[in-house]
Design a protein around this ligand. Structure first.
Ligand SMILES: Cc1ncc(COP(=O)(O)O)c(C=O)c1O
Length: 391
């Protein structure tokens, strides 16, 4: 088995910001509009009455930048932040964020000390891990809140509802721990047909009743991701757990029912324009060959920035208000566009890959549809070397 990484090997790259590279003139940036985030948060708040919100900011707030996004959400009054990794939680603490933080992905016994010292709230579902947390917490004299994860049908992590009553009773006896939350996660609440989500809720609610019959009431009971916040009121319980809708995207199959504003735009500028005759190949593999005399623009952005190679000959961008196609394969650091039909096109022109310009708009959903994925992956995939500009 490989030895753990040493400090010198372990390089965790944060998202770049302009401040990190003050002399860089590279124009490729992701802008993050915190007013749009505020608007989307209000859409969540409008739907949930006086229930609490856990805002999901894992994976750098779905690529938007976890620190600025979390700061704004805390100002807006969310109760809790949700991260996947202990490291993500600790980065938020290092940035001075004091709101409760739930670590939703698996944690490991070696991380118990960081969890306790950073005052993170772990999700638990095995006795071994829970005991490790209890040992550390009890040693510091602190009480560590934990949330118990129930697998009602997602098949990922968590206890079955049948195992949960005994587990929770056992955790209640461990020193240094308090069960403050009970949670489950939906497999397909985004579908129009809510039959499976209903079955998951039946199991979760039946567990809540069994616990109450034993005199155990867990204050934070939560299940609702964005899809359930938008379309499944029964799942709202005492706290909701939206991610995607905060960033302005609607995960529902039906696509209906919410006024959401995309928070992130991905923009660059034309680095080079050339006029070429018909019959000229463009980019690796010569998969695009000009059919007429053409203007080909090169932009300084490629798959290393998270602009998927799957967009080769499929993607579109907006230049001077005109939608233009990607010409040939997306390279690691550059992409070519056929800008023949853009009047007056010139080097230095702004190019929008995600976002709006004049009357045109390209969304992460549009990109996802062309590359066979989901908006989540498009947003998270915008790489750390693209500076995030917070508006
Ligand atoms: C446990 C958990 N809760 C909530 C969410 C938020 O989901 P969504 O972004 O669909 O709102 C996620 C995201 O994948 C998750 O893993």
């Amino acid at each position: 088995m490989r030895a753990p990484y040493t400090e010198s090997e372990y390089v965790c790259s944060p998202l770049a910001s302009r401040a990190d590279h003050p002399s860089s003139d590279r124009p490729t940036v992701a802008t993050v509009d915190l007013n749009a985030l505020t608007h989307n948060y209000r859409e969540v708040a409008r739907r949930i009455g006086d229930r609490k919100v856990l805002a999901v900011v894992k994976a750098q707030a779905y690529g938007h930048g976890a620190i600025p996004v979390s700061r704004r959400l805390v100002e807006l009054g969310i109760h809790m932040l949700g991260v996947a990794l202990v490291e993500e939680g600790r980065d938020l603490r290092d940035a001075g964020i004091t709101a409760p933080i739930l670590v939703m992905a698996p944690v490991f016994p070696g991380q118990a000390e960081v969890i306790v010292s950073a005052k993170l709230t772990p999700v638990v579902y095995t006795l071994a891990m829970t005991r490790a947390l209890s040992d550390v917490a009890a040693g510091t004299g602190r009480t560590l809140g934990v949330h118990v994860k129930i697998d009602t049908g997602m098949g990922r992590i968590g206890l079955s509802p049948e195992e949960a009553v005994d587990f929770i009773a056992a955790v209640g006896k461990l020193p240094g721990l308090a069960v403050e939350g009970l949670m489950t996660h939906f497999a397909d609440a985004d579908l129009r047909d809510k039959a499976f989500a209903r079955a998951q809720m039946d199991r979760f609610e039946s567990l809540i009743r069994s616990l109450e019959a034993k005199g155990i009431t867990i204050p934070l009971r939560h299940a609702a991701n964005s899809a359930a916040v938008l379309e499944y009121d029964r799942a709202l319980l005492t706290m909701v757990r939206p991610g995607l809708m905060l960033y302005g995207y609607n995960p529902l199959e039906s696509g209906v029912g919410a006024d959401l504003r995309p928070v992130l735009s991905l923009v660059t500028r034309i680095a080079f324009v050339k006029r070429v005759p018909a019959g000229v190949p463009i980019s690796y593999g010569r998969t695009f060959v000009t059919k007429r005399e053409s203007l080909i623009a090169t932009i300084p952005l490629g798959y290393a920035d998270g602009y998927s190679r799957g967009l080769s000959n499929k993607g579109e961008a907006i230049v001077r208000g005109v939608r233009v196609p990607v010409a040939g394969r997306v390279c690691m650091d550059m992409t070519m566009l056929d800008v023949t039909d853009v009047p007056g096109v010139a080097e230095g022109d702004e190019v929008v890959l995600i976002g709006a310009q004049e009357n045109e708009r390209i969304t992460a959903d549009d990109i996802a549809a062309r590359t066979g994925t989901i908006a989540y992956e498009v947003l998270c995939g915008i790489s750390g070397r693209v500076p995030r500009i917070i508006i």
